[in-house]
Design a protein around this ligand. Structure first.
Ligand code: UDP
Length: 241
């Protein structure tokens, strides 16, 4: 029988992963493909929490760069993550994967509020839990949300699925053909060298709480399952080397 290396994972999907090739909004085919990949994991008996970004709809920094109040723009970004989370829940439930969405900002008619112990209970019952609304605070990101929730629910690993790159490189591989992919890194390397993996708040939180992170590409179907089974694709980041 196929087995997962991990008992409990946090899967971080950037908003762009849901946009597919169109680059914005939600691509129904892409989200269906992600849902099917999550279902495959579910069959490996691993507990799955998902954090979805909102960059395919709205980014707070972009709004604030155009003169909008930063906190207001960030709240709009958090609402965007709720839209993505509901879309993903819908796709998962269409293929019979039981899912609960919990929001960090209360909107009880739409989803459950975030309650840590309840989330853990859902996971134990093998329901996929989607954490929506980021941390609920402006000036943070959904990468930081992934780090925070992973620490709270004691996840074994964060899987960071990217749709345009298959790991961490020493230069931008879409610009520099000599860019080298790292197999392993430490959080200190990321902070010291300013590598564009996740923001420094998220990296520090992962480092301080010793949560490993794997960055990999979701563009190739079946990759999430490969990572969960322990195949070394992408780049692994740890607290110490
Ligand atoms: N956001 C926020 N606080 C959080 C999480 C997200 O203010 O805890 C806002 C922020 O404006 C951000 C937007 O939500 O730009 C979308 O999230 P993010 O940029 O992390 O999404 P991704 O890049 O993963 O698509």
């Amino acid at each position: 029988m196929e087995r997962s290396t991990y008992k409990r994972i946090v899967l971080k999907l950037s908003g762009e992963a849901l946009a597919g090739d169109q680059g914005f909004g939600i691509d129904p085919e892409m989200i269906q493909s992600i849902a099917e990949q999550v279902k495959e994991l579910h069959e490996l008996d691993v507990e799955i929490a998902i954090i979805v970004g909102g960059g395919n709809i709205w980014r707070g920094m972009a709004g604030s760069a155009k003169g909008m109040d930063r906190a207001t723009a960030d709240y709009m970004g958090m609402l965007a993550t709720v839209m993505n989370s509901l879309a993903l829940q819908d796709s998962l439930e269409n293929i019979d994967v039981q899912t609960r969405v919990q929001t960090s900002i209360e909107m009880r008619q739409v989803a459950e509020p975030y309650i840590r112990r309840k989330a853990i209970r859902h996971l134990e019952k093998k329901r996929v839990v989607i954490f929506a609304g980021g941390t609920g605070n402006p000036y943070f990101s959904t990468d930081t949300t992934a780090a925070l929730r992973a620490a709270e629910i004691e996840a074994d690993v964060i899987l960071m699925a990217k749709n345009n790159v298959d790991g961490v490189y020493d230069a931008d591989p879409s610009v520099d053909e000599n860019a080298k992919k790292y197999e392993t890194l430490t959080y200190l390397d990321i902070l010291k060298d300013g590598l564009a993996v996740m923001d420094s708040t998220a990296s520090s939180l992962c480092m301080d709480n010793n949560i490993p992170l794997i960055v990999f590409s979701i563009a190739e179907k079946g990759n999430i399952k490969r990572v969960v089974k322990g195949e070394e694709i992408g780049t692994t980041i740890r607290g110490q080397s």
